[in-house]
Design a protein around this ligand. Structure first.
Ligand code: SF4
Ligand code: SF4
Length: 142
C-alpha cells in the first residue's frame, strides 16, 4: 500500500469538476481530506492523504490530475534535527518507540536515524530546546 499526502491547487476553470469522485471511482484511491478551501469560480486548495495499492494506479491518477489542469504537489514529511540547539539531555529518546533517537554510548551525543523514524512527532513536544521539528517538503508533480 502506498501512502502519500498531496496538495491540489484548483483554478477557476476546473474548480467545479468532480475530481475527488473520479479519483475514488476510477483509480481506487482511498482519500482522507485534511484541509480544503474550494469556492466557485475561484482558485482553491485541498490537502489530502491518499492510500493506493499500486504505483501504476498512483501514476495514472497523477496524470489524470495533470490533464485536468490541477497543480499537484506531493508533500513529504521528515523529522528535522538542529544539532546546534540540542544539549544532548536525552529526554526525547525515551519517547521514541522506533528507536530512531538514541544516545551514543561513547560521546553521549544524540543520534537520529531517519530510516527508523515513524514521523509520530512525539519527540518534537518532548524537546524543550526546539531542536526537533516535523517538516513538510513539497515535490511538484508536472
Ligand atoms: S530532548 Fe532536545 S535537547 Fe534533549 S537530546 Fe533530544 S533533541 Fe537534544
Ligand atoms: S518522530 Fe517519532 S519515531 Fe521519529 S524520531 Fe521522533 S519520536 Fe522517534
Amino acid at each position: 500500500m502506498i501512502n502519500k499526502r498531496l496538495q491540489l491547487v484548483y483554478h477557476p476553470d476546473n474548480v467545479s469538476k468532480a475530481i475527488i469522485y473520479d479519483l475514488v471511482k476510477n483509480y481506487d484511491i482511498v482519500i482522507n481530506i485534511i484541509q480544503a478551501r474550494i469556492l466557485p469560480d475561484e482558485e482553491g486548495k485541498l490537502v489530502m492523504d491518499i492510500k493506493v495499492s499500486k504505483k501504476s494506479a498512483l501514476d495514472q491518477a497523477l496524470k489524470y490530475l495533470n490533464n485536468e489542469g490541477i497543480d499537484v504537489t506531493i508533500l513529504e514529511k521528515s523529522i528535522a534535527y538542529n544539532q546546534e540547539a540540542c544539549v544532548h539531555c536525552g529526554a526525547c529518546t525515551g519517547l521514541c518507540k522506533a528507536e530512531a533517537l538514541i544516545m551514543d554510548k561513547t560521546s553521549w551525543e544524540l543520534l537520529l536515524d531517519q530510516e527508523n523514524c515513524l514521523l509520530c512527532g512525539m519527540c518534537v513536544s518532548a524537546c524543550g530546546f526546539n531542536a526537533l521539528s516535523l517538516e513538510t517538503n513539497g515535490d511538484n508533480y508536472v
